[in-house]
Design a protein around this ligand. Structure first.
Ligand SMILES: NC(=O)c1ccc[n+]([C@@H]2O[C@H](COP(=O)([O-])OP(=O)(O)OC[C@H]3O[C@@H](n4cnc5c(N)ncnc54)[C@H](OP(=O)(O)O)[C@@H]3O)[C@@H](O)[C@H]2O)c1
Length: 305
């Protein structure tokens, strides 16, 4: 048996229970992990509250989380890439807010020995999504990228991936997060009223591309700043597809392992930092999700089962 976070009805965090469940058994191509860290993402509380139920109907009771790092303790048939005792990170198949989770061996990479567990548990979801959207936006050296919500999980990875490509990044954030963004090579701007003017003051000719990880009505302004919709991509404004922008709905979109290799290489070279803001034990998953639900974060939130 192992502990896992479960909910039997949709709702806010009072629906969560930490219960003892049988450890899952890996099928062909799968491994089982003793979860050492599970990243907390806004997607998780959106699932819990039922906001994703049309796109992703669940059989309740259900669990949460898919960003994991841990130690392999059982391998399924046909798995040759990993063995019992290996330290790995990536995307889980079964809920990651648990002491034990299954993953496809093809969605995992080896955890470098020097990488902390808390950072390892954050890389697949936000990092994988950021990597994928920077590819889709085709950001190249010398370009200017505007990121709405650069201080968030996705924004922090995307900003650093773009800076690593030689782009200039202007990133929106609350003033409390500006110093943190400057340290990552980002030019911060407040996301309050007058944002477009503040961006124009930094980039008088506009920007080359825009990543919207905020969803607070920035699309018309972004199309204007980018001189057209083609290189504006949103993770949230699903009703804006008619405007000709790119609407991205599926996170890392199958790129998890490629993304993780690139991200780990940048971390190793000292060119990408992962600010972990708060860690919580599994039993305090509700507090972790409540913090994420505030929408204002100072870095990644991680559960340490
Ligand atoms: N479609 C997809 O495939 C996909 C994939 C991943 C994530 N997402 C979504 O993308 C969003 C961002 O994810 P995340 O992990 O980066 O979230 P996060 O870590 O919780 O960060 C939230 C961000 O929103 C910013 N923010 C809060 N209020 C704002 C406002 N009024 N105007 C502008 N920005 C504001 C915050 O900035 P300050 O704290 O500095 O104010 C912070 O940067 C979430 O809604 C998530 O569900 C979608």
């Amino acid at each position: 048996m192992s502990l896992a976070v479960r909910f039997s009805e949709y709702g806010t965090t009072d629906v969560l229970r930490v219960v003892d469940v049988p450890a899952p058994v890996p099928g062909p191509g799968q491994v089982r992990l003793v979860v050492r860290a599970a990243g907390v993402n806004p997607f998780d509380w959106k699932v819990m509250q039922g906001f994703m139920r049309q796109m992703m109907p669940l059989d309740l009771p259900a669990g949460l989380g898919s960003d994991v790092a841990g130690v392999v303790d059982e391998v399924g048939e046909g798995v040759t890439a990993f063995a019992v005792g290996d330290e790995v990170l990536g995307a889980s198949l079964t809920p990651g807010y648990a002491q034990s989770a299954l993953a496809d061996a093809g969605a995992l990479v080896a955890k470098p020995a020097g990488l902390s567990w808390d950072v390892a548990g954050t890389l697949a979801g936000s990092g994988g999504t950021a990597w994928t959207v920077i590819e889709l936006l085709k950001v190249i050296q010398g370009e200017t990228l505007l990121i709405h919500a650069a201080s968030g999980g996705v924004g922090t990875f995307a900003a650093q991936l773009a800076v690593a490509r030689g782009a200039r990044v202007i990133g929106t954030a609350s003033p409390d997060n500006h110093e943190r963004l400057r340290a990552l090579g980002v030019t911060p701007v407040a996301h309050s009223e007058g944002l477009a003017d503040r961006v124009r003051a930094i980039a008088p000719d506009g920007v080359d591309a825009v990543l919207d990880a905020s969803g607070h009505g920035e699309i018309p302004m972004s199309i204007d700043l980018a001189g057209g919709p083609e290189r504006v991509l949103t993770l949230l404004a699903f009703d804006a597809a008619d405007l000709g922008i790119q609407v991205h709905t599926d996170g890392p979109r199958g790129n998890t392992v490629r993304a993780l290799h690139d991200i780990l290489a940048l971390i190793e070279e000292g060119r990408l930092q992962v600010p972990v803001w708060r860690t919580f034990p599994l039993t305090e998953a509700a507090a972790a999700l409540d913090l994420s639900r505030t929408g204002h974060v100072g870095g990644k939130i991680v559960l340490l089962p």
